[in-house]
Ligand binder design. Structure first.
Ligand code: IMO
Ligand code: MG
Length: 430
């Protein structure tokens, strides 16, 4: 049985959750490998809408063992809160397992996230404010606290006292803020630790064994490639390895055990937070896409910036992920436009550029070069097969496939599970 990585190809919010939900129907194992509760995944089952930030989307599928692996950062209050909410709605997550090596988001991480954004002012990143960047920074600085430490009361108290002593110096001396109280944090986190401790295991070992014994494994990516710490629009990025390679480093599974890399993109482009966005539409058309597509953040509720499909960006993402399939989401949102535009290149200082610039200074100067495509007026939300789509919609999909240089495996025409047209099941590991 195959191993499949699902990644976002834009700036997040590509509806990866929908594709993960689809491929995990027949999966044995689903793994989250990066990011934290800055992610927001929405899944619609029947008439019920579920929103996750930390839990893998695959946890919704009975019979699936879900893992939160090493590369994830965990806010224990959010994780336990999500488990409670699901249970209140009659859903019992039976087989969730958590890596002891995952790092814990501590109260000072959230505080520093906010204070740094304030300090940056105009050049702020527009983070979700969940403490993600500061938590990864501490991990890399080797002063982070891991889940395995949090669930050992004596060790946790010692680590907490040690790290907080230096963090409080920063808070009071650098940021002029109030210090945090170790006793309060210890008490709160000890309660979360008791709840989480039974779920902690050697996830890398278990996932490896599952792969070896032929189980179907889905690696569920969070965020989008253009938010990757190395390959995205730095510094307007998140702090984890979003790309497919991150599934290996964030889980402890080598690349030879991966069979498919599935990229997910919207049929247009959105972005939340600051940073360059060449095909952004600041006019009526942009607002219209936002309203039709209900483009408001799952995590922060912020209105998303909207624009035309940027094939230059998706070409870069397809390359750095070595994605073998493209899932094109929310095609239905584009019904009703007379003309659609696809950004196929950029113009920078009078030159045509076909590759996505890797530095923000150049990217900020990029002007989109558009190819116009005829739109369609039909409601396509009931289409069951590709041939049910109006010719103009088919042409739009095929043109994107050509310009990006990929194979479209799925076209989604609505949020529900049954609004998913699968053109190439083989590329999804089914
Ligand atoms: P999903 O999984 C959209 C963006 C933030 C901000 C930047 C850094 O729903 O696709 P951070 O809090 O991570 O330090 O913020 O990254 N960002 C996302 N935008 N969807 C996401 O995840 C995002 N995760 C991070 O808006 O610009
Ligand atoms: Mg999001």
């Amino acid at each position: 049985m195959p191993s499949i990585i699902v990644v976002g190809l834009q700036w997040g919010d590509e509806a990866k959750g929908k594709i993960v939900d689809y491929v995990s129907q027949t999966a044995d194992v689903v793994v989250r490998f990066n990011g934290g509760n800055n992610a927001g995944h929405t899944v619609v089952v029947g008439d019920q809408l579920y929103k996750f930030h930390t839990l893998p989307v695959g946890a919704m599928n009975p019979g699936v063992t879900s893992y939160i692996a090493d590369g994830v950062v965990i806010d224990p209050s959010v994780l336990t809160g999500e488990l409670d909410t699901l249970e209140e709605r009659g859903f019992k997550v039976k087989t969730l397992k958590i890596s002891g090596s995952a790092h814990v988001i501590m109260p000072w991480h959230k505080l520093f996230d906010r204070l740094e954004e304030e300090r940056k002012g105009d050049r702020k990143i527009g983070t979700t404010g969940r403490g993600i960047g500061p938590c990864y920074a501490d991990k890399v600085s080797r002063i982070g606290i891991r889940i395995s430490e949090m669930i050992d009361p004596e060790l946790f108290r010692a680590r907490l006292d040690d790290v907080l002593s230096i963090k409080n110096k920063f808070l009071t001396n650098v940021y002029d803020a109030e210090p945090l109280d170790a006793d309060v944090i210890f008490e709160d986190y000890s309660a979360y630790a008791r709840r989480i401790a039974p779920l902690v295991t050697d996830t890398a070992c278990e996932i490896y064994q599952a792969a070896k014994s032929g189980k179907k494994i889905v690696f569920e990516g969070a965020h989008g490639t253009l938010l990757d710490i190395d390959h995205g629009t730095y510094p307007f990025v998140t702090s984890s390895h979003v790309v497919a390679g991150g599934a290996c480093t964030g889980t402890g599974i080598g690349p030879t055990m991966i069979d498919h890399v599935v990229g997910v993109a919207k049929s247009y482009t959105t972005r939340v937070g600051e940073g360059p966005f060449p095909s952004e539409l600041l006019d009526e058309t942009g607002s219209s896409i936002r309203e039709r597509g209900k483009e408001y953040g799952t995590t922060t509720g912020r209105p998303r910036r909207c624009g035309w499909f940027d094939a230059v960006a998706v070409r870069l993402s397809t390359r750095v992920n070595s994605a073998t399939a493209l899932c094109l989401i929310s095609l239905d949102v584009l019904s009703g436009f007379d003309t659609l535009q696809i950004c196929s290149a950029y113009e920078v200082d009078g030159r045509i550029v076909n590759e996505f610039p890797t530095d923000v200074a150049t990217l900020e100067k990029c002007k989109p070069v558009y190819e116009a495509m005829p739109g369609w007026s039909e409601d396509i939300t009931a289409a069951k097969s590709f041939s049910d789509l109006p010719e103009a919609a088919q042409n739009y999909v095929r043109r994107i496939e050509k310009i990006v240089g990929t194979t479209v495996a799925v076209v989604s025409v609505g949020r529900r599970r049954d609004q998913t047209i699968v053109l190439r099941p083989d590329l999804l590991g089914s």
